[in-house]
Design a protein around this ligand. Structure first.
Ligand SMILES: O=c1ccn([C@@H]2O[C@H](COP(=O)(O)O)[C@@H](O)[C@H]2O)c(=O)[nH]1
Length: 238
C-alpha cells in the first residue's frame, strides 16, 4: 500500500492545488479528515475522484452510542470510499454497529463497503497522559494491544495505532488484520503534536500495513520530492 497522504487542508481549492502538483495519471492514496470534510461535505469525495485517480481514507473517527454510529456509518458506506474510522474506546457494541451500518449503506448504494479501522490510542497521546488525565493504569502499549483484540473480536478490519505498538498488536490479531500507522516522521522533520513517532523505514520494519503522512509532505518545500522520498523509504524494503 502506498503511503496515505493526509489532506489536512482548509478547503477543496487548496487541496486540489496541492494534488495538481502530482502526476495526474498516478493513483494516490489520500486521507480526508474532519477539517476538509466539515468544510466541503460528502461532495468532496466525488470532486477529488473527478480530479485524479485516488483511493480515499475518510477519517472521521466516529464515537457515539451504537444506534447513532450505525446511522452515521450507513451514510459513509454509501460513498464508495476505501477506509474509514471509529474510536475503539466506544466498545464492542458500537464497533459492531459501525460495521453493520457501513455494510448496509454500501449494499444500498451498490458500492464496495469500506474497510473499518478502530482508532486505539491517538499517536499524540503519551503514557503519562493516559495515566494522569484518563486514569488508565494499563501501560499504553498493552492498552493499545487490548483495544486491537477487542476491535478484531467485534469484526473490525483493522486498527490505527503507532507503529511502535505493531509487534504487540500482531501477536494477538490475524495476519490480514490491518494496522495503519500515522505518527510518521522522517529523520530531521518536526514532530508537531505527534508523540509516538517512527520513521517510514521503522514503520516497515515493525510490520505496519500502511502509513499515514501529513505535514512532512504537505508542509514540505517540495511536496513531490518529500512524498517520493517517504515512499522509497517505506516501500524499498517490501
Ligand atoms: O492516532 C492518530 C489517528 C489519526 N491521525 C491522523 O493522521 C494524520 C497525521 O498527520 P501528520 O501531519 O503527519 O501528523 C492527521 O490527519 C491525523 O488526524 C493521527 O495523526 N494519529
Amino acid at each position: 500500500m502506498d503511503p496515505i497522504i493526509a489532506l489536512d487542508f482548509e478547503d477543496l481549492e487548496t487541496t486540489q492545488a496541492f494534488l495538481a502538483q502530482f502526476d495526474p495519471t498516478t493513483p494516490l492514496f489520500v486521507k480526508v479528515g474532519m477539517e476538509l470534510f466539515y468544510r466541503e461535505g460528502p461532495a468532496v469525495i466525488k470532486k477529488l475522484r473527478m480530479q485524479r485517480p485516488v483511493n480515499i481514507f475518510l477519517d472521521l473517527k466516529l464515537h457515539d452510542i451504537p444506534h447513532t454510529v450505525e446511522k452515521a456509518a450507513y451514510q459513509l458506506g454509501r460513498l464508495g470510499i476505501q477506509l474509514t474510522t471509529v474510536h475503539a474506546v466506544g466498545g464492542s457494541a458500537m464497533l459492531e454497529a459501525a460495521k453493520a451500518g457501513l455494510l448496509a449503506g454500501a449494499a444500498d448504494a451498490n458500492v464496495q463497503a469500506p474497510k473499518l479501522l478502530a482508532i486505539t490510542h491517538l499517536t499524540s497521546s503519551t503514557p503519562a497522559m493516559l495515566r494522569t488525565e484518563l486514569s488508565i493504569t494499563t501501560p499504553l502499549p498493552q492498552a493499545v494491544q487490548h483495544l486491537a483484540a477487542v476491535a478484531q473480536a467485534a469484526g473490525v478490519d483493522g486498527v490505527v495505532a503507532s507503529a511502535q505498538e505493531v509487534p504487540l498488536i500482531r501477536a494477538v490479531t490475524a495476519s490480514d488484520f490491518l494496522i495503519i500507522t500515522p505518527g510518521i516522521r522522517p529523520a530531521h522533520t518536526a514532530l508537531g503534536d505527534q508523540k509516538r513517532v517512527v520513521t517510514p523505514k521503522q514503520a516497515h520494519e515493525l510490520g505496519s500495513s500502511g502509513i499515514v503522512v501529513g505535514r512532512p509532505i504537505t508542509q514540505a518545500s517540495d511536496p513531490i520530492a518529500a512524498y517520493q522520498q517517504i515512499k522509497a523509504e517505506w516501500s524499498d524494503h517490501q
